[in-house]
Design a protein around this ligand. Structure first.
Ligand SMILES: NC(=O)c1ccc[n+]([C@@H]2O[C@H](COP(=O)([O-])OP(=O)(O)OC[C@H]3O[C@@H](n4cnc5c(N)ncnc54)[C@H](O)[C@@H]3O)[C@@H](O)[C@H]2O)c1
Length: 291
């Protein structure tokens, strides 16, 4: 269903690799809501993935750019402005990659060259995109910029590795740049902290299936899907959220506010040792009060 929320708006979308990508869903929804878009990804991802299908569907050009390369970003922003015939209104940064994760290096055995790459690709690229866009005065007043984050920036989730540090930096960059771009041009910058989602990047996370199951049981609304995430990002690109900036916005079905849920407790209860179960059953001989 379309509400024409982005009618007349134009935007640049990083990170659509294949149909599972969160950026893919955002691109589809943005066009449904009336936006014109330019798509971008690395040359390798363009070759390996299926972004051309999305481009066709969205009637959008694809411009190759490595988001860590200033030269590539300058070319990308120029090409986007040429395509749009001027400035544009929104940017989605949907980029993440850790070589430490890929190569199986644990957090207490990090390769520091890989760590530098993780931070550059997954966080500093966000700063680079915005610095290049600002220098080229590429965005209209009241524009909106969103990057995707994860709760591992605030809480330790075993196995998320150096991506947790990258997400913490990403969220900090949103605040620091949000002040500058907001004061100057009323451009808002936020991060959306999304539920675990089955995508190519997501499948690289250690124990992803268990993590998704845990988050699903803990969240009163259940995990947010990539489609749900796209809807939220569209709202952030729309004029309905013009005073929201410098925020890390949880989009996780309530997970971030939970300590323990009944559904999760039941699961772990099944694994309790008999001794503990006896104690529990004696305390609540007629069943636990909330059962
Ligand atoms: N999947 C999840 O569980 C989850 C949860 C919370 C946040 N996120 C975040 O969402 C974002 C999108 O990931 P996704 O889950 O859709 O997976 P995805 O694999 O579909 O997208 C990751 C994208 O990053 C791109 N990328 C990697 N290096 C790049 C570079 N140097 N320059 C430009 N692009 C580059 C890849 O080509 C790919 O398109 C990431 O920031 C990820 O950390 C994902």
């Amino acid at each position: 269903m379309s509400y024409n929320l982005l009618k007349g708006k134009r935007g640049l979308i990083f990170g659509a690799l294949n149909e599972q990508s969160i950026a893919w869903k955002v691109a589809e929804r943005a066009v449904e809501e009336g936006a014109e878009i330019v798509l971008t990804n690395t040359a390798v991802s363009i070759r390996m993935g299926t972004i051309d299908r999305l481009a066709q569907k969205c009637n959008a050009p694809v411009v190759a750019a490595d988001a860590t390369s200033i030269a590539d970003l300058e070319n990308l922003i120029d090409r986007a402005m040429e395509h749009f015939g001027g400035k544009f209104d929104f940017i989605l940064h949907s980029i993440g990659m850790s070589l430490n994760v890929r190569k199986g290096r644990t957090y207490d055995d990090l390769d520091y060259d890989y760590l530098a790459k993780t931070l550059d690709i997954s966080a500093i690229s966000f700063h680079k995109v915005m610095q290049v866009a600002r220098r080229k005065d590429a965005l209209n007043d009241w524009g909106s910029i969103v990057a995707l984050s994860y709760i591992a920036a605030q809480r330790t989730l075993y196995g998320y590795n150096d991506m947790a540090d990258a997400k913490a930096l990403l969220e900090s960059i949103a605040r620091s740049f949000g002040y500058i771009y907001g004061r100057e041009k009323n451009i808002r910058i936020n991060t959306v902290s999304q539920s675990p989602t089955p995508t190519t990047a997501g499948s690289g996370v250690m124990g992803m299936q268990d993590l998704m199951d845990f988050a699903e049981r803990m969240s009163p609304l259940g995990n947010a899907s990539a489609e749900d995430c796209a809807n939220y990002v569209i709202a952030l690109f729309s004029d309905l959220t013009r005073k929201v900036t410098m925020q890390n916005l949880y989009h996780d079905g309530g997970f971030s506010s939970m300590g323990m849920s009944r559904r999760a407790m039941r699961t772990y209860g099944k694994g309790l040792c008999m001794e503990f179960k006896d104690v529990r059953d004696n305390r609540f001989p007629f069943g636990r009060p909330d059962e």
